[in-house]
Design a protein around this ligand. Structure first.
Ligand code: ADP
Ligand code: MG
Length: 225
């Protein structure tokens, strides 16, 4: 199996002098293609930071981060944004849906914004509405949806372009238990049926258990839990 994400001897700090905070100090992690990894660890330890580093949103680190075998340090801004448009997608705790757009308009928004033709994504949209259980809600606005439905909409938006990697930062953090479970089941289907590699940050042991592997951020390193 090949690794889609490789992190080698990662060192990351914020600030300097007496304000310096060491976040990573020689962290290593390999994530195999097609796996579903849960990342846990104390609040403020650097889990979100790791997801930003992997997507090239924060380039101030030492060590190597490779996506699909390619070191992101050597990439230009346009190569990185290409990766963020097609290879890797984010889902956050808050859904970031646009209030005055419908479910289907929200899902298609990244395509619209990138200037591509939304028509080409017609079948994919239908498939994702079905998969996320939002077909009947397609013409609804976010305010007409439950939290779980809004998160499912943001997940459909994140996977419309068929990314290889989905990075989820406490995607269930704002949801009740049963809505959270629905999100985990959706992640599992996306992982198993679509082969999307998932790295999710979560505080919940129940959610972490949906992963095929649990990694813990501890003492500025990444260790198998
Ligand atoms: P987690 O997601 O595990 O709760 P974060 O990755 O958000 O933790 O943050 C890790 C630590 O780094 C925290 O102490 C946070 O305050 C600090 N931090 C995060 N982003 C910045 C930043 N841009 N500048 C300075 N400190 C930051
Ligand atoms: Mg966080």
């Amino acid at each position: 199996m090949s690794n889609v994400i490789e992190i080698v001897d990662l060192k990351k700090r914020f600030g300097s002098g007496e304000n310096e905070a060491i976040i990573y100090d020689g962290a290593n992690l390999n994530i195999e293609k097609g796996s579903f990894v849960s990342l846990t660890g104390p609040s403020g330890s650097g889990k979100s930071t790791l997801l930003y580093l992997i997507g090239g949103l924060d380039r101030d680190f030492t060590g190597a981060i490779r996506i699909g075998g390619k070191n992101i340090s050597g990439m230009s801004d346009s190569e990185l944004s290409e990766i963020r448009s097609f290879k890797l997608s984010y889902v956050f705790q808050f859904y970031n849906l646009v209030a005055n757009l419908t479910v289907e308009e929200n899902i298609l928004l990244p395509i619209e914004l990138s200037g591509r033709k939304t028509k080409a994504y017609k079948d994919k949209l239908e498939e994702l509405l079905e998969l996320t259980g939002l077909t009947a809600k397609r013409k609804c606005y976010p305010s007409q949806l439950s939290g779980g439905q809004q998160q499912r909409c943001s997940i459909a938006r994140a996977v419309l372009t068929e990314p290889e990697i989905l990075l989820a930062d406490e995607a269930t953090g704002n949801l009740d238990r049963s809505s959270g479970e629905e999100i985990m089941k959706l992640f599992k289907r996306l992982n198993e049926e679509k082969g999307i590699t998932i790295l999710q940050v979560t505080h919940s042991p129940e959610c972490a258990a949906y992963g095929s592997r649990i990694v813990r951020l501890s003492d500025h390193k990444l260790v198998e839990a």
